[in-house]
Design a protein around this ligand. Structure first.
Ligand code: HEM
Length: 338
């Protein structure tokens, strides 16, 4: 009898085994929420397109053979966004702001990166990241963090972070590490950040948290950036931090020491901005594994999960956009003509 009970228990355990790797579909099903926003990204839905030039300093040429790091001017298409699946949620209230870039978009040497305001992640594996998203949904995030001591660096950052009044004055981080590969085949682990040139003013706490008062304008951050750009370009330094022998490139929960060497790869100069619908960034998937020769992914398992989830989100929204355009064409011709 005991043996039968053990076998049944083993089956029940196997059926509910949460050690199974979490799939891209699992992520996107959870991230898109219960109300699907047809044709929009399943995460970072609220955003807009930017474009400009990256003026490479050449300071990374000794570490990487990538064209984008050789001295010169390289075009990019980018996208500012905030975390979340609702394209019309007030951008100023979102806890995370982002900058995604596709550098050298018309070339085989293109490089895509999607960066967020926190410098570290709370957890280091896709499975735990999935559980974190579940905890946010279930309002159990405090318990989740308490059970994950590796979230300490993230929580420390969050406690000290002051949102600013502009996308132009935030600092955006690669978070995950990558390897630069030079012409001799040597590799150097790095993380990078877009560091703003503009001086920042922090938001008043009213504009961020005033649910009692007037609702925030949906896109006040977006409007601010459009207004700012009308006065002249918005610029960031692209600053690379080099890992030392003590740093682990696979663990995005740990900050690297501030004493690590840094190199300024160049300056991002944003000169134009447009609504996302109808403009180039909308159809792009800022997959962090689209890398040119001279940059390789680290072993960080989050990177693979990101690439798969972005592809799944992109597939869903691209299909919806296509179907919508076909339906539009059909109705333009007149339904039932055939
Ligand atoms: C396992 C962890 C993660 C998952 C599952 C995930 C999932 C997603 C998904 C599904 C999208 C929408 C993609 C699209 O439709 O084009 C997205 C967008 C984005 N993610 Fe993540 N993400 C993860 C981690 C991260 C990290 C660590 C960062 C920052 C370093 C990040 C930054 C971004 C940004 C900036 C966007 C918007 C890109 C754009 O403008 O198109 N994500 N993410």
């Amino acid at each position: 009898m005991a043996i039968i009970a053990a076998i049944i228990a083993a089956f029940v355990y196997a059926a509910s085994d949460k050690r199974q790797p979490v799939s891209a579909q699992d992520f996107v099903n959870l991230q898109q929420g219960d109300v699907i926003q047809q044709g929009f990204r399943r995460a970072h839905a609220n955003g807009f397109c930017v474009s400009g030039e990256f003026i490479a300093s050449g300071a990374l040429a000794e570490y990487s053979s990538a064209t984008v790091f050789q001295t010169g001017r390289h075009p990019f298409i980018g996208r500012f966004s905030v975390a979340g699946n609702n394209p019309t949620a007030p951008d100023v209230k979102a806890p995370v702001r982002s900058l995604a870039l596709t550098l050298l978009p018309d070339s085989a040497a293109q490089w895509r990166t999607a960066m967020n305001t926190p410098p570290v992640l709370p957890v280091g594996t896709p499975e735990k990241f999935y559980q974190q998203l579940q905890a946010i949904k279930n309002n159990t995030i405090a318990e989740f963090f308490a059970a994950h001591p590796e979230s300490a660096a993230f929580l420390q950052w969050r406690a000290s972070y002051q949102p600013t009044q502009s996308y132009a004055t935030e600092q955006y981080h690669s978070i995950n590490a990558f390897y630069l590969i030079n012409n001799a085949g040597q590799q150097q682990a790095v993380r990078w950040a877009a560091v703003p040139s503009a001086a920042s003013e922090t938001l008043s706490s009213d504009s961020q948290h005033d649910s009692q008062q007037e609702p925030a304008v949906t896109d006040s951050l977006q409007q601010e950036l459009f207004t700012r750009l009308a006065q002249g370009p918005v610029t960031f330094d692209l600053v690379f931090t080099l890992a030392t022998a003590n740093d682990n490139a696979s663990d995005a929960t740990v900050l690297w020491p501030a004493t690590n060497p840094q190199r300024i790869a160049g300056q991002l100069v944003i000169t134009a901005a447009n609504e996302q619908k109808g403009h180039q960034c909308d159809a792009l998937n800022f997959d962090p594994l689209v890398l040119p020769a001279g940059i390789q992914p680290s072993e960080d398992p989050i990177l693979r999960a990101r690439a798969a989830a972005y592809a799944e989100s992109h597939r869903r929204r691209a299909r919806e956009v296509l179907l919508e355009s076909l339906t539009g064409n059909n109705s333009a011709k007149g339904a039932g003509d055939e």
